[in-house]
Design a protein. Sequence first.
Length: 608
Amino acid sequence: MVIIDSSLHWTMLGHIIMDLEIFVTAHKQTKQLEHPLLSYIQGGAELNKKIKAKYYDNAGEDNISIKSPTFCELTTQYWVWKNLKRDYYGFCHYRRFLSFQEINCFPEDRGGNILFEEINPSLIDKLGMTDIEHVKNLVSGYDILVTNPYDCSVDGISNLYWQYKMGRYLHIKDLDCMFSVIQELYPEYMEAAKASIDSSIFYPCNMFIMNDETFQTYNQWVFDILNEVEKRTDISEYNEQKRRVFGHIAERLLCIFIEYSKRNTSRKIGIIKRSFVRDTDDYPSPAFENNNVPIVLASDNEYALYAAATINSIITNASDKNNYDLLLMTPDMSETNKDLIKSLCNSHNNVSLRIIDVSAKLKTLDLSVEDHISVVTYARLFAPILFVNYPKFLYLDVDLIVKSDVAELYNIDIQDNILGACIDIGYVSLIHENDKETVKAMETAQIKDPYKYFNAGVLIVNNTKLSEEYPNTYLIDYATTHQYRYMDQDILNELCANKIFYLGYEWNVMHYLSGHRKDLIDRAAPMSFKQGYLAARKHPKIIHYAGNKKPWNNFYEDYADEFWNSIKNSILHEILFEKYLENKYLKGKSNKVKFSKRLANRIHAKYE
């Protein structure tokens, strides 16, 4: 580290007079690190839901927020360049922070990132930011601070050109295009460009601190080049990862700019450390202090209306004595559907609804699903992590309706077991008649006692116990390496065997499935199982439309009357009935015309 000459700046009573702001780019809501020098700025704000931040990269007229899928964090850098004036500008990410510790005593990965588990107040001290004057003194001695470089030769790669060429999501023609543009627009940089790209030293992540003069020069240079490369690059066939091309090129441009500054300017350049925080999720806590009944659900946009019906039935059967904490996970639900679901809860003081975006968690995973099931079913495997602040919660599928107060279910003592669940009578029946596919699926999933196999659509989760047995991402990691017929349900049955508290069938009465499940139970269910199931059908507390036959598609489906009656006093009744008519009578027709509400209401009234 170069010795700092603090006489370069005016001081008053020993304090550095400088305006330093470090911008933390975030594209999604995460835990945030609170510090006077750190300011969160949302990247891609034009394309994504607004998060808690001080700045947004789509504010004002001069912005490139819409380019975030291809320019990545450069959209926030551009916005700051065009809209703010500071003495020093710093840039980092929501999970990658700059470290101002002179000596690191924390573990590092092979890329030179200091590793931290989570964002919490103690991280400020670990990053050497407790003393603001120390940070300002350090920064004031340099024109540029970059993070510790990565030497790609440790991977057997001789230089940055080959590093780019071997990149899984990179095309070398794009880097060649960058060279051509530099030659045309800034030929004086070519010597430094060749030297940098021919070396193995890489400054990753577009993280740095620069003084104002350097920052202005750098941005004019980097965006001149990027904009021209963009014009010449066809990315129409690139996938989501490859479309981040201009963010990747910018990392190489930073390396070139550093090399040029060393060779041709008097700029003082220093190195600080770079950190990586594994867990940045913003975890919810109980919504109510007393009598809090947490209920976790998961739905994609396609199932949003049916999730709304489930939530409506929970609220309809709620008690004034309890508070209901609804936590809905979704990867893609539209704002319209979110607003609809919120409208069901707004008038109830004892109901809280929080909608949690799990798109980032699901989209990078290679998970298998059945035809009628969405990948969102795996979201329940994230629940132990997302809801770490809940020692216990209910999990409910969204193809069911509640006919009783779920607080009664929540208050069942499942003792030291991991889950409370109901036997899956359909599965047991298939095993009992020796169905080959089910037996094979059972053996693949290593289900030791198939007569104890449970359905995972209604669960009481002892999250304390579950997290002890399978911490962090164990469950979801297991799902990515094990492909089972019944997917996450098989995984829970395999891993939680002998740690299940079995609930009465009334808490998860699965419908007859257009007669298929009824026929199966009649011919194959062991008598004691059959008797328990049939008794529960007379007074179900939860009706579960498990399988590919649903009451919103067929009025004659088993328990269809219960479904439609459960929403008859809500706006859902009209919406779902109209949707039913359109699906039934207009499906596949090229000249689709929407039924008028008047006609729909008239037919609807007749049905009632």
